[in-house]
Design a protein around this ligand. Sequence first.
Ligand code: ZN
Ligand code: MN
Length: 481
Amino acid sequence: MEFEAVIGLEIHAQIATKTKMFCRCDNDSFDKEPNINTCPVCMGFPGQLPVVNETAVSKGIMAALALNCEIPEFCKFDRKNYFYPDNPKGFQISQFDEPLSKKGWVNVDVSDTEGKIRSIKVRVTRLHLEDDAGKLMHVRNGSLLDFNRAGTPLMEIVSEPDMHNAAEAGAYAREIQKIMRYVGSSEADMEKGMMRFDASVSIRPKGEDKLYPRAEIKNLNSFKALEAAIEYEIARQTEEWNEKGPRKNPITVGWNDDKGETFFMRDKEESDDYRYFPEPDVPPLKIDQKMVAKFKAELPELPNVKRARYVAELGLLDDDARILSDDLKLARYFEKVVAKCNDAKKAVSFINTILMKHLKEELISVDEQKVTAAMMADLIHLVNEGEISNNVAKIEVFDEMYASGKTPAKIVQEKGLKQVSDSGAIEAACKKVIEANPGPVADIKAGKDKAIGFMVGIVMKEMKGQANPQMVNDLIRKLLA
Ligand code: ZN
Ligand code: MN
């Protein structure tokens, strides 16, 4: 039997705020000493009152709008009751039946195995707000608790089961990461645990519409793990179906990254199990629709729109436009360079090749190196003005800029790299080379144009690469005419 996989994702993304969701503790706990960002509210002490973080709500709305969600006029918080040692309140404050937003969608480009790109539409069921639990660390003789993360503001983005393989799920997750960064709602830094995935995977005979009981893979914290876990689970379920037929009940599984396998955790809990009820300590929110309209108008250009514009307006190749728009910092840098040098194509050829090579080697972002957009624009300007050749710019000048942070003009001057456009000097060199190379000269006179390139090469060598090659070419033709 042939099967089709059906995949939906829940994505938890940490909202970029200064303080936690319901208290004033610092929201930045990465690499901090354990249990220093805590207070009676996020520790769940009796008698404490949570207060909603307004910025978290605003950033949640921005993110929801970027995902084309509707923002109802009213939303409320609910208690999701469960005990776990890292959950000091004994419940999570989340949103159940009246979430911040619902009914959105996002277009996602997926590249298939041959590298061909196709677009899929993934519906977004809802984006709601909630607070995070603390962290439990299992050590040799027990377990340690760090509550710094308890109360961190989260957006939970729930998709419809609109994806059918690991590549689609991976592409959707990456698109969400980009969008969150573009609107500034989350830094979505996977290494810092700011974005995590739960993937619901089921299979069905190809051609059927019915959904069969799923396995939810919990807490995947990298794109690689997400894709690998989905692939593993599809294969496992196919084997299971072939042996025993379709499964009867949904399950929750974990992912063992070392073994590359999912493992059974429990039968899946359903929402009834959490005994949701309205959070009595947090009043419902009325969302001002005028403010929503204002946010909508203020939404920045989103990644896929930016990419399309780079192609249509600036004449970039699709691949180049994608590389730039995938990384908002890089896109901003590129736009600054173009604004200054007015040469998008040359900007791409400098940024996407030589600069990117360094960034990839060092695993740093464009903001963490010394070549500013202004310096890059100046470098391109020097080439376009004929002051230095393209090769000298890309290799000698750029490398020195990157290493020392010196301006291109200064480097060109210090290293004497200025292209010689003094026709006297070039003419002298041409004459010398013509005298020394009677063979090629005869070829040129016989109409063999290839020999001209050869002669230009020798003259360029003679002038240590600093002659203007077009001038050399013209002069040789003139001298032999
Ligand atoms: Zn607190
Ligand atoms: Mn959640």
